[in-house]
Ligand binder design. Structure first.
Ligand SMILES: C[S@@+](CC[C@H](N)C(=O)[O-])C[C@H]1O[C@@H](n2cnc3c(N)ncnc32)[C@H](O)[C@@H]1O
Length: 266
């Protein structure tokens, strides 16, 4: 089951170190740039974004600075405090708002409907069935609006090859059908991994898949911290392969993350 207390405690602790870690990590910086470009591709500045599991609000602040209106939501108190700090710094008035809420309670979201619903870096992997969120999207999204979600799939080749180095737990962690306990700053947070088929089927029929792209299929995922430092040119080349090939089947089914863009066509 979804563990509200574990999410709140673990990710509140994570909030203290999260921005510094992400801002200094070449792979995370690259992945964020690709993901942000997808949002900008489907929604022009001036549009409204509901961000689920917004974390410290790094993406929310980015979009606000580019002229969007963003309602940033998260469950963890520590993450909400970090978003509030960014709201004070940017002073964007009604264009940057925050709400502490679980994405399993979309009917309580304030300021609906939005032009786009955004979820980045696997926050949705903290519930056992993505269906619970996907089927309630029509309550928060305008017809013609978009969904951009970044979700972790079960098959990440860079994790599977860790078995060759004797790291069998890392290699197998995504393959447990009943989920695994991820260590988030010493707290065990239940985590599930979703196949592209599961994600597509979770959406009501009025939602059309526009794009599906893998991230960190060729380029090693962020947990392999030392790789981009030891091999910067190779890392850059692998990022380019991800960008070119990650959009096409079968590559767009595997990787550290899969980026999905859906349009609500009702
Ligand atoms: C890996 S962080 C990603 C944060 C942010 N999206 C980013 O790109 O940096 C996952 C986030 O999901 C949030 N989260 C997990 N379960 C949630 C839930 N049921 N409702 C809302 N937020 C949740 C956590 O508190 C955490 O901030």
């Amino acid at each position: 089951m979804f563990d509200r207390n574990a999410v709140d405690t673990g990710f509140s602790r994570k909030a203290e170190v999260y921005d510094a870690y992400c801002e200094n990590h070449p792979v995370i910086r690259w992945a964020r740039a690709v993901i942000r470009a997808e949002v900008v591709r489907v929604l022009p500045p001036g549009g409204s974004i509901l961000e689920l599991n917004a974390g410290t609000g790094a993406d929310a602040a980015y979009f606000v600075q580019r002229g969007y209106r963003v309602h940033a939501t998260d469950l963890a108190g520590g993450m909400i405090a970090a978003i509030q700090n960014k709201i004070r710094t940017l002073d964007a008035g009604e264009r940057f708002t925050v709400q502490q809420i679980s994405f399993t309670e979309l009917e309580r979201i304030e300021g609906t409907p939005f032009d786009l619903v955004f979820s980045n870096f696997g926050g949705l992997n903290c519930i056992p069935d993505i269906n619970v969120v996907a089927r309630r999207l029509p309550t928060v999204l305008k017809p013609g609006g978009y969904v951009v979600w970044v979700v972790m799939p079960p098959v990440c080749p860079w994790e599977l090859v860790q078995a060759l180095r004797g790291k069998f737990r890392v290699a197998a962690r995504r393959l447990h059908p009943n989920g695994v306990l991820a260590n988030v700053e010493g707290v065990r947070v239940p985590t599930w991994y979703f196949t592209p088929k599961h994600v597509r089927q979770a959406f009501p029929p009025a939602f059309r898949l526009v794009r599906q792209r893998s991230l960190s299929l060729f380029c090693p995922p962020s947990f392999m911290d030392r790789f981009p430092l030891r091999f910067p040119r190779l890392s850059h080349r692998l990022m380019q392969w991800d960008e070119r090939l990650g959009i096409h089947p079968p590559f767009n089914r595997w990787g550290d993350f899969i980026l999905y863009t859906f349009r609500y066509e009702r």
